[in-house]
Design a protein around this ligand. Structure first.
Ligand code: NAG
Ligand code: NAG
Ligand code: ZN
Length: 503
């Protein structure tokens, strides 16, 4: 629904942008407006039935660093970009019937990184900071401990493969980055994406196995039907233009030659969009040397997250038994780390589009979709901007102490600290000329080279079979166990073992 809006620029504070959805907000003066709205929401709830089917298909969407304030601000940003009433707009997954909160702390840290959290939400076991696919018996950089089989934990992707399901991963970062690596790797340091990184950290190549190599040569990575994202450098020898590997291995060549049936390797958007799904059993797409570009910076050489998600689903759904797909919007986190809130919100909207595509291509009856984040960030949304004020703009209030305006969005720490202060006084933001542009660094307090993650709980949105399990405040490590129950994979209690017990 597209509202008719009367948008005009409000400039109470000079220099600032903003628009006022006059007619829309006038309607809100009437109590009937809210009562009708609430009654509609109530009816929707009353007609929602519990879905206790088996989840034949499971799709796990991860918004890296998608804190709750990020979701709120992205919803408003999306609405405002579309000329709608931002505050009342919603991201695709906000329409899912079930919502819970996930506690993201790791075994040794109050605030998680993407590695220990990936181990929790994919393998169902909490781990130490910066370690992936290993229990907390393994300390960071202890490569020998990470090699011991009893210290390794299996991910839901491995469980799914054992049950005959197809599996795949999609990300906007390198495919060897911490979150996707949680599906297939076991490492004592997330930085070991290629052997170059192991050498750079002065660690033994004999003791440490790099993540790219694990993806190509070991289960479950070597059996993935779909691998889409960035990170070509980690797969190619350093004598090639883009490669950084020191062991002369061309892992892409190895990937292709190890496949018995149709295997396609693509490096650009055009080739991905033209893939012959019928004749593609295995698909590897590496669209950049490192991470993909931000959506706001990208041309048409790289596919969007939505396009990669569509290609992945079309290939995986060829398996009648079903599939497990992991999709990561990885650049939300990258942008927050640089205090680039506009890009963080835009990447969240990109994730929302990918989720909508998955909703459109699947059936709620047999497809469980879970959308969550690995950890929060320290961006906050400060009071009290007027309704309809641009979420990425200057707020409409002044500080009563220094009589200067402030941004609605700002960070507790990060690289922008000090950029807007002089001699202990805040600058007048109305004089800053790139406010709200894509590369504007939002203000932060504590000086840090990169902004840090946040320790607050993150949301878990669920839709489809047994989505009801994802309500309440849960441990992050509960998530794959709940999915496995619904999908009848893994060694824990499942819907199918329950059925058998009752027979
Ligand atoms: C590795 O060793 C070299 C030479 O001793 C040293 O310069 C470098 O700082 C070390 N790097 C790390 C990450 O420890
Ligand atoms: C590639 O790595 C090897 C081994 O470290 C090194 O000797 C060589 O100079 C590197 N080549 C390039 C082109 O960087
Ligand atoms: Zn991060």
């Amino acid at each position: 629904m597209r509202y008719f809006v009367v948008a005009f620029t409000l400039c109470i504070l000079g220099g600032c942008g903003g628009f006022f959805l006059k007619d829309e907000i006038m309607k809100e003066r009437s109590p009937e407006f809210w009562i009708k709205n609430a009654q509609q929401d109530l009816l929707k709830k009353l007609t929602t039935k519990l879905n206790l089917n088996k989840a034949k298909r499971m799709i796990f969407f991860l918004g890296d660093g998608m804190s709750i304030p990020t979701v709120t601000a992205a919803r408003i940003y999306k609405g405002q970009m579309d000329g709608l009433d931002g505050e009342r707009d919603s991201l695709s997954f906000e329409n899912f019937p079930v919502l819970g909160l996930s506690k993201t702390y790791c075994v040794d840290k109050q605030v998680a990184d993407s590695a220990c959290s990936a181990t929790a939400y994919l393998s169902g076991v909490k781990a130490n900071y910066e370690t992936i696919g290993v229990s907390a018996h393994v300390q960071k950089n202890d490569c020998l401990a990470a090699k011991i089989e009893k210290n390794q934990v299996e991910s839901i992707a491995a469980w799914a493969q054992s049950a005959g399901l197809s599996t795949g991963i999609v990300t906007t970062t390198t495919v060897t980055n911490a979150s996707p690596a949680g599906t297939f790797s076991h490492t004592s340091n997330r930085e070991f994406e290629s052997d170059f990184d192991i050498r750079a950290a002065n660690k033994s190549l004999e003791h440490c196995e790099d993540i790219a190599k694990q993806l190509i040569f070991q289960n479950p990575g070597s059996n993935f039907k779909v691998i889409l994202g960035g990170g070509r450098a980690n797969f190619l020898p350093n004598f090639t233009k883009e490669g950084n590997r020191l062991d002369n291995l061309d892992l892409i060549k190895h990937w292709k030659s190890s496949k018995k049936s149709q295997a396609n390797y693509v490096t650009d958007r055009e080739s991905l969009l033209n893939i012959d799904v019928e004749n593609t059993d295995y698909l590897l797409g590496l669209f950049n040397k490192g991470d993909l570009d931000y959506h706001l910076d990208s041309g048409c050489i790289q596919p969007t997250l939505e396009e990669m998600t569509e290609a992945a689903i079309k290939i995986l759904q060829k398996n009648e038994k079903g599939y497990f797909l992991f999709v990561e919007g990885g650049l939300i986190d990258r942008a927050h780390h640089m205090n680039l809130a506009v890009k963080a919100l835009d990447e969240t909207v990109e994730l929302s589009k990918a989720v909508q595509k998955a909703v459109d291509l699947t059936d709620e009856k047999d497809t469980l979709i879970v959308v969550t984040a690995d950890h929060a960030h320290v961006m906050s949304m400060a009071g009290y901007p007027d309704r309809g004020n641009l979420i990425t703009g200057i707020g409409t209030e002044m500080s009563p102490i220094d009589h200067l305006p402030y941004m609605t969005l700002s960070y507790a720490n990060g690289p922008s600290s000090g950029h807007y202060t002089h001699e202990g006084h805040r600058d007048d933001l109305r004089q800053v000329n790139n406010i709200g542009e894509k590369n504007f660094e939002f203000p932060s307090l504590v000086p840090m080279e990169i902004e840090s993650h946040g320790g607050d709980d993150v949301a878990v949105f669920a839709r489809g079979p047994w989505s009801n399990l994802f309500s309440g405040v849960i441990e992050q490590s509960d998530i794959p166990h709940f999915m496995a129950f619904a999908g009848c994979v893994g060694n824990g209690l499942t819907l199918c073992s329950l059925d058998n017990d009752m027979k």
